[in-house]
Design a protein. Sequence first.
Length: 219
Amino acid sequence: LQPKLLLGKRVLITAGPTFERIDAVRGITNTSSGKMGYAIAKAAYEAGADVVLVSGETALPTPIGSRRINVQSAQQMQQAVNAEVDQADIFIGVAAVADYYVLNPSEQKIKKDAHILTLELAPNPDILAGITARPNAPFCVGFAAESENLLEYAEAKRLRKKLPLLVANLVQTAMGADHNEVILLDDHGETRLHSAPKIDIARKLMAHIARLYPSIQQD
Ligand code: C5P
């Protein structure tokens, strides 16, 4: 049985990929099974938290104890998060948010012909950075999946997004797998969590958040 380290805390989690519509049948998305975010939702519930899971499209069942809000695009995800964030003590952004959306998606299926088709892409909002910039922001945790220079890129991202805690992993080891291997980066340095099932990583992450959380609040 897990200790109830986050008893009574409200935890808001984003998970899965976002999907940006090109036309009636096509879209742009990221590779993300949602498994890590869903494992975190389960672990947060085990730790005693009230859990809201804002999720892009995944093939996974809703984790026990989570209130799940389904979204498709990054902008829908941001709207759902903004509607919930004032009630949250802790925000964990695990979702693989598409960096761009299609400016003028077509209502109808675009028919194929011999011409070059050009899509105009505009940048999506950074949901996590938008939250850390708020005056009464919850304790924010970010994820960084990188394919190279993991520590350097991840720590830069942590500082840029003003995050007390960032979870870094290599995309090659994490994507779609049931195991993960991560490095937790915070103001005290790095903590390595060796390869383990995603639910074990999620439980250790909850313990780490619980250790950091009170001191951050007292600052
Ligand atoms: O995409 P990037 O590697 O910058 O993602 C780092 C963190 O920021 C992740 O926690 C991700 O969920 C979050 N993010 C976000 N909104 C975006 C892009 C990323 O919340 N548009």
